[in-house]
Design a protein around this ligand. Structure first.
Ligand code: ZN
Length: 311
């Protein structure tokens, strides 16, 4: 069961035990970083419950249709914009309230549940309070506290972990990615397979990934004009700057797990210095989120990092 979900042994154990004992909750809140398998797990769970052989085989007519988003008793709500609209939640609660087309378990999945404003969340509350028979609601979120307490208290939480480097590289290697590239992607993904895949697949992210890699590998070897050019390039777009800082932070933390700071930014740094840099990255993110000047802030950061290595 759940073989197609990478890692997440604990979540798999909790859910497969509940299925075997016949005591699945009527509503779950899957919590964990974006890209670690929450939605995949929700779809896999829908497959197990509706599979012709009750295994979630992935191949029978029902599993196939669930995978393709064509099964009439499974509804997946994935917000595109900044919020989940009340009409979307109304459609979901209507869907949940009707008896199933195929005499199976109705499954409603709401991704990024924190995007429900109060009105939408309150609309969903009725379904949570009086769950229809043979129905299952799965909400996913990065942070349970960003979901209303009334929703939280009516769902059972299942935590999803960051994936290990081995889990991510294993997956990428199987896809035919060069092992060296896999290792780098895993390092910069911060344990999110989704992020590793978007770094690999999207040209814009790939470019950012190359720049983060350039900074991490050789910042102190760059000449001042090159540092300024890099800062102005990376600082042009606020979202891009934030992504860059996150990538750099994740890559540094990954080195921390391996206790390998022998060659970051092109020099040798101590753990204390790296901790100070990580702090600066976090401060800078807040500053830029608060509409500070990204280009100047990045320049300042790069200069501070270079000076640290001279101490
Ligand atoms: Zn099946």
């Amino acid at each position: 069961m759940f073989e197609r979900v990478i890692g997440q042994a604990k979540a798999k154990r909790i859910l497969s035990r509940a299925i075997k004992k016949g005591c699945l909750s009527h509503a779950y809140l899957f919590q964990g970083l974006t890209g670690v398998g929450k939605t995949t797990m929700a779809k896999e769970l829908a497959m197990v419950l509706n599979c012709i052989s009750k295994t979630g085989c992935g191949e029978c007519n029902n599993c196939y249709r669930i995978k393709q988003g064509l099964y009439p008793d499974v509804l997946l709500l994935k917000p595109e914009g900044p919020s989940i609209k009340i009409d979307e939640i109304r459609a979901l609660t209507n869907f949940m309230g009707k008896s199933s087309y195929e005499g199976s378990v109705k499954v409603g999945i709401v991704c990024k549940a924190e995007k429900m404003r109060d009105e939408a969340a309150n609309c969903l509350l009725k379904t949570l309070e009086e769950p229809p028979d043979n129905s299952l609601l799965i909400l996913t979120t990065e942070n349970q506290y960003s979901v209303l307490p009334t929703i939280r208290s009516r769902t059972q939480r299942v935590d999803f972990q960051r994936l290990s480097t081995e889990e991510i590289t294993g997956f990428l290697n199987n896809k035919g990615v060069d092992p060296k590239e896999s290792l780098k992607l895993a390092e910069y993904s911060g344990g999110s397979l989704g992020k590793a895949l978007s770094l690999q697949n999207s040209p814009a992210m790939q470019e950012l990934f190359q720049k983060a890699n350039q900074v991490l590998e050789e910042l102190t070897r760059l000449k001042p004009p090159e540092v300024i050019a890099l800062s102005s390039d990376l600082g042009k777009d606020r979202m891009q700057t934030l992504h860059f800082l996150e990538l750099l932070g994740d890559a540094l933390k990954a080195r921390g797990i391996k206790q390998d700071f022998s060659m970051v930014f092109g020099k040798q740094y101590s753990i204390t210095q790296i901790a100070a840099i990580l702090n600066s990255l976090e401060e800078l993110k807040l500053y830029i989120e608060g509409y500070g000047n990204a280009q100047l802030a990045l320049e300042g950061l790069f200069i501070r990092i270079c000076r640290l290595s001279e101490v």
